[in-house]
Design a protein around this ligand. Sequence first.
Ligand SMILES: [Zn+2]
Length: 264
Amino acid sequence: MGQFESDDAFEPATAAYIHLRDLIVSVVLLPGDELQRDALEKFYGRAAPDVSSLVGKLADQHLVRTGAAGRIFVAPIDTTPLNDSLHFRAELEMEIVRCLAKRGARTVLSDTERLLAEDSAKHGGFDPVGSAALDRGFHATLFAAESMSCVWDVVLAMSANVDRARSIRRAVQGVHQEEHCTYVEIAATIARQDSNTARRWMREHLRSDGLAELAEATNHQVMVKRQTFLYPRNRSIKSDIPTQAFRLGISSGCQAVSTLSKKS
Ligand SMILES: [Zn+2]
């Protein structure tokens, strides 16, 4: 098992938060999975001297819940705030791409190409955690380009269960590669100052139809019968989902975290 290595782009506590968030949001850690407190402390080390604050932050976003004797579990997917988050994000991000396109911001395209290159260098095949991280990186790039990084932090915090629902859609509908193209299209249309098309691509990317229903149905299915859950399109993942998904999960960090999770 590996040790957590903090991404240089973030200070250690933020990197630990982002890392654990990505694992839950990508649905590699499933609702009901127990996270061992001492394993979290051991794995994140100095990145999370205070695991309680890490857990508290994720609990505020309905990603984890604590049970008796301080036991920590991955929370069920909360679909009640989904519509608020979805509409808020759609309006906000379509306006951001409009503004960026108006001035033909070119950094978005180079940053997006860099993110995609890093992603393909790191991983091979279908990678749920990588997909969630790439999507997070792309949206962060847009907000940063518009000097709205503080707003991005707020949006990220309110998007946890939307992002989980999107991960499910990515898995069950196989839209992984399609999304890569969308990132490039949005960035390229911004660069050539085509704001209408950029907005249209963003609306398409954030399309919300049925997301809440999908999350709810899948969440129910997770609870009822974990084995039938995720990634039906990927034939290599069929039976014991958590184990297989972890093995598939890309980075050594991800494999290491599999030891944090124990089926409840
Ligand atoms: Zn996205």
